[in-house]
Design a protein around this ligand. Sequence first.
Ligand code: ADP
Ligand code: MG
Length: 389
Amino acid sequence: MTRDILLGDELPDWAGAKEFYQKYDPKEVIGRGVSSVVHRCLCKQTGSELAVKIIEITAEKMTELQLEEVKNSTLKEIHVLTIIKGHHSIITLIDSYESATFIFLVFDLMRRGELFDYLTEKVTLNEKETRCMMRALLEAVQYLHSLNIIHRDLKPENILLDDHGHIKLSDFGFSVQLQPSEQLRELCGTPGYLAPEILKCSMDETHPGYGKEVDLWACGVILFTLLAGSPPFWHRKQMLMLRMIMEGRYQFASPEWDDRSDTVKDLISRLLVVDPIQRLSAEQALAHPFFRQYQKDVRRFSPRKTFRVLILTALACIRIHFRYLRSRPVTRDLLARDPYSLRGVRKLIDGCAFRIYGHWVKKGEQQNRAALFQNTAKIILLGLEDFDT
Ligand code: ADP
Ligand code: MG
């Protein structure tokens, strides 16, 4: 990312991307990914507000190989976005342009931003709202899977909210369309959302590979996180976290889960299944009793309950705050390196439970990170053997 784009005081490739600038007028930055910056933008002809994702493809900060990878994955992203255009719970790609140094992807504007931010603000969601969002997400996943497309990076940062609070799935940078009976082996995604088979596959050359089921695991992680306000698999030491994932070790701990229905716990436990064959498919998940509950979530006011929630929220904030300050001081260097930190120190602290979910393996970083990851994975395997004996 160039300094100019980060600061937003100069538009990328003004000279080379005339065609794009003739039609669109980019405004302020509204989001950042590891390899992209997203601006609000105006269509000059209609005056409509849109979003443009700008991906840099210059050799300035990347090796030839990384550059090639970013280009290829962006072209794949465009290909998938073109195939899936029109689904009510999936972002619509409106236009795309490529100059020598940047690729511009124009989308409909999702004014209410990421589900991640919404959740950070609300701490947890009730079952009714969760049901509504998860139904839309699973319908999007079901549609993708019917076309043999796997998303591979489902997480609250990649789920956006429109003006009415409806969700749309976005960021198809890791998505891939499978050939019939094709299995994948590539290690990619975001650590806390990685399915056990992705980890196992990267450690064991004889592993048959993974498929669509990885998206359903991620849906289980998201469902758990929306209701608990914290992720199911978390440990300060990332290696131990990965071990928890491989063993499918999580808890419906008290008090967060005390008031949650057995139905939703049952659905989570059928999604967070280590064996991908036993895991629910999107279709099966949508047929689960959790989605057949239409009765209103009547939340009668209870002073005792409200007081307890307030105390728990305050304690959680304090715990998160101190844990974060101890383990990762906020330095200029960290702010510069970490895209999440740029969104504000409040979010840094509030959202630190999610920070471990930051992209580890991302476009243009895949080579280095995959090697690092593979080593880590091997260490975990050794660790597991130690642990078992
Ligand atoms: P990356 O592949 O680099 O992660 P994303 O497609 O996830 O890029 O976009 C990065 C961020 O930009 C998102 O997490 C979101 O905050 C914001 N964003 C992306 N697309 C839109 C959109 N259509 N409307 C509003 N914000 C968006
Ligand atoms: Mg993203």
